[in-house]
Structure formats: structure tokens, C-alpha cells
Design a protein. Structure first.
Length: 387
């Protein structure tokens, strides 16, 4: 285990989370900005006989599993290493971001207070929460948590279905910066850069290009819509490397559907550029078969961008049909085509929905308010533990 322990009088927090997740890094900074001495352990990358890379995160002493990964052996060695790290650092609080099914969850079960931030990918059956091993290791973590943070009532129910938790769930949405994600930004240079029609509609695929997010479904619906549309339009895909197999497949499908000139693949979009794309977009589309409460939906609504979403109960807290956005049956090609047409034919209602959506998101997902809430939770849990 690599890392330097810094002596100090301020409370210590040990964060356990993926070091390459920009959202996790942003959320973990709440404690450091509140004056905590920060330590970060990144779960080992379980690649055969590979070393986990060293990493740096501003404001944290960083630790990683320093041995090569040997299947069936290293998971237990990592658990011992995490237990020793906790004993050495003696953190006042541990915060686990994402409920990964790791053997070291047994070591963390003895740590109090223990905070776990759960996402849909951790616990939803549609996203892989099926095997007995994954269920057992995840439940060990959740059932021993002092506090579990959840972004929605739907996730609350999913957590309870998974681990039968009672009374430990707290609502923390983490939120977005409403000054960064705001409407009416100047996007003309971006429109020019992408060579989009001056007055054309822009349909934006909100999620990373991946078979799970079903961009092929969006592409085929758009092709049918575009064939009979009165106005010029474009479809933008983002997120995956240009050389990914799925992007290549989508490109070939666009060529087959004869809409290559209308489709753009822009790769990964930085957090700084995302507000521009959401302002450029007439609407944003996401139709995965399952979801939690995605950060991208917060960002979309904050920018007054009209969302077209699959009709999942996860979204009902933020989106009502034709009020904040559009909900379509998951496997309905015709429904998705009709939603695209509705957006084109109802520009005034789309603008009104944008204002309603931003107003709602500012109530539940203002980053400043949510950061203060999380900081207060840390203080409350530490105070209770020390009494």
C-alpha cells in the first residue's frame, strides 16, 4: 500500500472510489473544502498480472494497491491492505463512492461512521446486479453503512429491495453548478465548427455511445423522422472514442440509412463544453433500458434543454409528460419518431418546458446547497460517533 500519512489536527476522511471518475473527484472535494485531511484509496484494477497505476488528486494523499493482480488471490490481499490502511490512517469517517462488490467490504464493515454513495449501476438487476457473489458483497457494505446517500426515491426503493435498509438513507443529489449549466449561452461558434445548418434543429444523444444506451434505436428513429421533416436537422452522438467498435457500427448504420451528412460524432465532451452542447441542442435523447438518476439529466434540465426519455419510473420525479420533457415507451420506434416530430412542431411548448425544468432542478440539485448538506452530514455522523 503506497501513501504518506500526514499528521494534523483536522478530521480525516478516507475516500474509496475510482480515481478516474471526474464526478467522484468533484464530489469528494466537499470534505477537503470543509477542512478535512483527505486520503484516497482507488480500488485495484482487476487486470490479470497488472499493477494498478499510481495517481494524484489535488488535496488528497493517494493510496493504491501496490501488488500485481493475481486472480482469486489479490482480492483477499487487497482486503488485508485496505484494513491495514484504515488502521494506519485512523480516519474519522470513510466515504465509499459506488458500492463495488469487493472483498474489502468486510473490512470496511467494521469502520464507523461509514458513508456509501450508491448509484443505479451498483444495485439494479438490469445493470448486472444478479450474481450471488455480487449481491452478497454489496449487501455487506450497505447493511453496515452508517449512512447511504441516494439521489431519488426510486433509488431508495432499489436500495431497500437490495439490502433491506431501514433509516440510513439520506437524500443527497450532489447537484450541478447552476451558473455553469445555464441557458442562453452563445453557441454560434460551436454550430459553425460542427458545420450544422444555420436554423436547423439539433437532436443530441445525451449518453455515451454504448450498446447499453441504445444509440442505434435513436439513429433509426431519427432517420425516419428526417425523411419527412420540413426543417433541416442534425443528430449528435458523443462520448466514445472515434475508433470504438460501436461508433464504427453506428457510422455504418448511418451510411446504410443515407443520413451520414446529418449525423455528427464528436467524441468525449468535457464538463466545460457540455453546457454549450446542451444549449445548442433543440432536445436531448436518452433511452437506456435501465437507469438511476443520471447527472446528465440534471445538466440537461438546468440548461433548459428539452429531454426525450424512455418511460422509466426513475425519471418521474423530474419529468412529467410535456411539462418538463417527453417520455416514450422503451421499445417503441414509432413513439420515438413521434416525439422527435412533436419537438419540431411545438417550439413554444418546448421553450416553456425548458423554463419549468430549470426551475425544478434548481430546487433539488443546486450544487452549493447539496455540498453544504453533505458537509453537515459528515459533521453530524462524526459527532454521534464520538459521543
Amino acid at each position: 500500500m503506497v501513501g504518506i500519512v500526514v499528521e494534523g489536527t483536522q478530521p480525516r476522511i478516507l475516500v474509496i472510489g475510482d480515481y478516474d471518475s471526474c464526478l467522484t473527484r468533484e464530489r469528494a472535494r466537499v470534505a477537503v473544502e470543509a477542512g478535512y485531511e483527505g486520503h484516497w484509496y482507488a480500488p485495484a484494477q482487476a487486470n490479470y498480472w497488472k499493477l494498478s497505476p499510481e495517481f494524484e488528486i489535488d488535496g488528497f494523499v493517494c493510496h493504491h494497491f501496490e501488488k500485481r493482480w493475481i486472480p482469486k488471490v489479490s482480492a483477499f490481499l487487497e482486503a488485508i491492505a485496505v484494513d491495514r490502511l484504515v488502521s494506519r490512517i485512523r480516519p474519522d469517517i470513510v466515504h465509499v463512492f459506488m458500492a463495488h462488490p469487493r472483498i474489502y467490504n468486510f473490512a470496511l464493515a467494521r469502520m464507523k461512521p461509514l458513508v456509501v454513495t450508491v448509484m443505479g449501476a451498483d444495485i439494479l438487476p438490469e445493470q448486472g446486479f444478479r450474481t450471488w457473489r455480487r449481491k452478497m458483497l454489496t449487501r455487506v457494505l450497505l447493511r453496515n453503512a452508517t449512512c447511504i446517500t441516494s439521489k431519488s426515491a426510486f433509488l431508495d426503493r432499489a436500495i431497500n429491495n437490495c439490502a433491506h435498509i431501514d433509516g440510513t438513507i439520506r437524500r443527497v443529489t450532489w447537484g450541478i453548478d447552476p451558473l455553469q449549466f445555464r441557458p442562453r449561452l452563445d453557441v454560434e461558434s460551436l454550430r459553425t465548427e460542427l458545420k450544422l445548418p444555420a436554423n436547423g434543429l439539433v437532436y443530441f444523444s445525451l449518453r455515451t455511445c454504448d450498446p447499453f444506451y441504445r444509440q442505434e434505436h435513436i439513429l433509426r428513429a431519427y432517420a425516419e423522422y428526417a425523411r419527412s421533416a420540413d426543417r433541416p436537422s442534425s443528430l449528435i452522438f458523443c462520448g466514445s472514442p472515434e475508433d470504438s467498435d460501436y461508433v464504427a457500427y453506428l457510422r455504418a448504420t448511418a451510411e446504410e440509412l443515407q443520413i451520414t451528412e446529418q449525423v455528427r460524432f464528436v467524441g468525449f465532451i468535457t464538463a466545460e463544453d457540455m453546457p454549450l452542447y446542451l444549449n445548442l441542442a433543440t432536445c436531448a435523447i436518452a433511452v437506456p433500458p435501465s437507469d438511476g438518476m443520471p447527472q446528465s439529466l440534471y445538466e440537461c434540465l438546468a440548461c433548459e434543454c428539452y429531454p426525450i426519455l424512455g418511460d422509466l419510473p426513475q425519471y418521474y420525479e423530474l419529468v412529467t409528460q410535456h411539462q418538463e420533457g417527453h417520455l416514450v415507451p422503451l421499445d417503441s420506434h414509432e413513439g420515438l419518431v413521434a416525439a422527435m416530430r412533436w419537438v419540431a412542431e411545438n417550439p413554444q411548448r418546448v421553450r416553456e418546458a425548458g423554463k419549468i425544468g430549470r426551475k425544478r432542478i434548481l430546487k433539488v440539485a443546486d450544487k452549493g446547497i447539496q455540498s453544504e448538506l453533505m458537509s453537515d452530514i459528515y459533521s453530524e455522523l462524526i459527532e454521534k460517533e464520538t459521543k
